[in-house]
Design a protein around this ligand. Structure first.
Ligand SMILES: NC(=O)c1ccc[n+]([C@@H]2O[C@H](COP(=O)([O-])OP(=O)(O)OC[C@H]3O[C@@H](n4cnc5c(N)ncnc54)[C@H](O)[C@@H]3O)[C@@H](O)[C@H]2O)c1
Length: 377
């Protein structure tokens, strides 16, 4: 029998704990180590998992721990270095979104992994929602005809406390982007998965509500075209009442609606899902096929009101490790992470140029887009 997959978490902050919990619950997987440059964080997380070793440096852990895979859950600007070190050590890397904040670095990771034959994946766990899988299946089976349009909404709430909780959030140098890069990117990836290859993006962004304490976008709108001809719109904002507030004010009638993706086809049919509130499992909210009303009602009953963490991380990590074992590409690759990043950074670049940006970007456009948002945390 094959040995258990030996896995480590790098970055023991909020989502690192979710990764550790998810990985440790999987059969055939051993969480052997956790690593954080602030070693107290790694120690604190390791206490919950007896026998797990603690490291404060990625290179030492890679040399020491005989790993099959790392789960990279560091802050955005610190995804590249641990992932690249893993690839150079022949260790598979599943990297939190966004894959990186720099297109040059994202591309370097993808190329290095392909050359070394090392599995690289990007965390977009929301693709595993049953509501997303059934939309994808319906589109892939041609039930919509050709796709003509999609709308992708990330209508979210954040407040000052959220941006000040982690020193890297809210700035171009620390986070490298805002509502689009950190939040909407999940659904941008989901839309790419359903619609195919994006061919151009034109968008605008602004900082209208949180400008006293952040400089990244808190609102953005974009039009994305796809190889099959479909025209999609994205709207992203973090300007609602904080969707994460533990004690929401009863006076606030309209809290952050959450995420939504709907896709429409030439056959006159539409499919859609909604994640509301944010971090709940998304449910099918649009399914126009005659005779399937009862089915849609049943899905809603079964899937409504469920939390999405850590269950869908567990599903993605399991799928990724299966791919590593089998030597096949994972469901969500490093290249998918690069494509989603190009759509997002294409919005920043198109605003700078007041012109649409062709995708995939040329090397020059990548350089220009990176120059707009560069800076180390
Ligand atoms: N998939 C999701 O739904 C989801 C949800 C939340 C966060 N995330 C992503 O996870 C990442 C982390 O977010 P968070 O909220 O957990 O951040 P966090 O600030 O709570 O944790 C990041 C941790 O990484 C550590 N770290 C930074 N650089 C390091 C390095 N070079 N080596 C080792 N450790 C290092 C920090 O000390 C910190 O403990 C972000 O990129 C974010 O986008 C994804």
């Amino acid at each position: 029998m094959a040995r258990d997959m030996r896995v480590a978490v790098i970055g023991c902050g909020k989502i690192g704990a979710t990764h550790a919990e998810a990985a440790s619950a999987l059969p055939g997987v051993e969480l052997v180590a956790v690593c954080d440059r602030t070693v107290e964080r790694a120690k604190e997380l390791a206490e919950r998992f007896p026998g797990v070793r603690v490291y404060d440096a990625v290179d030492r852990m890679l040399a020491d721990a005989d790993l099959d895979a790392v789960l990279v859950a560091t802050a955005h600007k610190h995804h590249f270095s641990p992932a690249m070190q893993a690839i150079h050590s022949g260790v598979a890397a599943l990297v939190e979104k966004p894959l990186t904040t720099s297109l040059a670095e994202a591309n370097e990771l993808v190329v290095a992994a392909e050359r070394a034959g090392v599995t690289l994946g990007t965390v977009f766990q929301r693709r595993f929602f049953p509501a997303a899988q059934r939309m994808h299946d319906a589109i892939a089976a041609g039930r919509l005809g050709g796709v003509v349009a999609a709308e992708c909404l990330a209508q979210l709430g954040r407040d000052r406390t959220y941006f000040e909780r982690d020193d890297w959030r809210g700035s171009w140098t620390g986070e490298g982007g805002g509502a689009l890069l950190t939040m909407a990117i999940h659904y941008v990836d989901m839309m790419n998965w359903m619609l195919g290859t994006p061919t151009s993006v034109y968008g605008r962004w602004a900082t209208l509500k949180h400008a006293d304490y952040i400089d990244v976008e808190d609102v953005a709108g974009a039009v994305v075209t796809y190889a099959g001809g479909a025209i999609a719109t994205i709207q992203a904002m973090t300007t609602f009442e904080n969707g994460f507030a533990s004690e929401p004010s009863p006076a606030v009638a309209y809290r952050a609606p959450g995420f939504r993706l709907a896709v429409h086809g030439t056959a006159g049919h539409s499919v859609g899902l909604q994640e509301s509130p944010e971090l709940a499992q998304a449910v099918t909210d649009l399914w126009t096929f005659d005779g399937e009303e009862e089915l849609a009602r049943r899905w809603h009953e079964e899937e409504h009101g469920r939390p999405s963490l850590p269950g869908f991380h567990r599903i993605q990590i399991a799928e990724f490790l299966d791919a590593v074992r089998a030597g096949r590409p994972p469901a969500i690759t490093g290249r998918d992470g690069l494509t989603a990043l190009e759509v997002v950074k294409g919005v920043y670049l198109s605003q700078d140029r007041l012109a649409p940006v062709s995708l995939p970007m040329s090397d020059d456009d990548r350089r220009d887009a990176d120059r707009l948002t560069e800076g180390a945390a």
